[in-house]
Write a protein of this length. Structure first.
Length: 165
């Protein structure tokens, strides 16, 4: 990865570790609220390619009761270039996870799961400090965590999107 001094401003604003980590922590909090356990590590890599892609983020359902396969059937465009977005964002996601671990926002637990130390209140406080679009990204990431938790095992969720751990 390039040093921060030579990265384009747009990249620094959208993909900086603090924002990406907040997004990931919100997804972990959403997952934990639905399943009472940490989120499987591979699922964290699914969050940014979905919530940072505006057309996909805007098309996400409002309720976690909507099944992922049914929603993907109605929104096939969500899977178009999903894998390519995931691969291109992978270094930034790793950087965000490392940042989160450094600050103890994201904590590894046994069995390959991650938890967050951020409370719902702390995530809501962070959301209030963000711009409108960034705020929506974090709120949709929290929803995505709940949605993934309701969908079943990590490998099943990933298979729906056409990727594997």
């Amino acid at each position: 990865m390039k040093s921060w001094a030579v990265r384009p401003k747009e990249e620094a604003y959208l993909l900086n570790p603090a924002f990406c980590c907040t997004t990931l922590a919100a997804a972990v909090r959403g997952y934990s609220s639905a399943r009472k356990e940490g989120v499987p590590f591979p699922l964290l890599f699914m969050v940014p390619p979905i919530v940072l892609h505006k057309p996909t983020r805007d098309a996400l359902p409002r309720s976690a009761r909507t099944s992922i396969p049914a929603w993907l059937q109605e929104n096939p465009a969500a899977r178009v270039l999903f894998y390519e977005r995931l691969v291109s964002l992978k270094p930034y996601i790793k950087e965000a996870i490392q940042f989160g671990m450094l600050l103890d926002w994201i904590v590894p637990r046994g069995g390959g799961v991650l938890e967050t130390t951020l409370s719902e209140r702390e995530i809501n406080r962070a959301i209030r400090t963000l711009t409108d679009e960034a705020c929506v990204c974090v709120m949709r990431a929290r929803f995505l965590g709940k949605w993934f938790a309701a969908a079943g095992a990590a490998h099943t969720v990933m298979a729906f999107w056409g990727v594997r751990p």
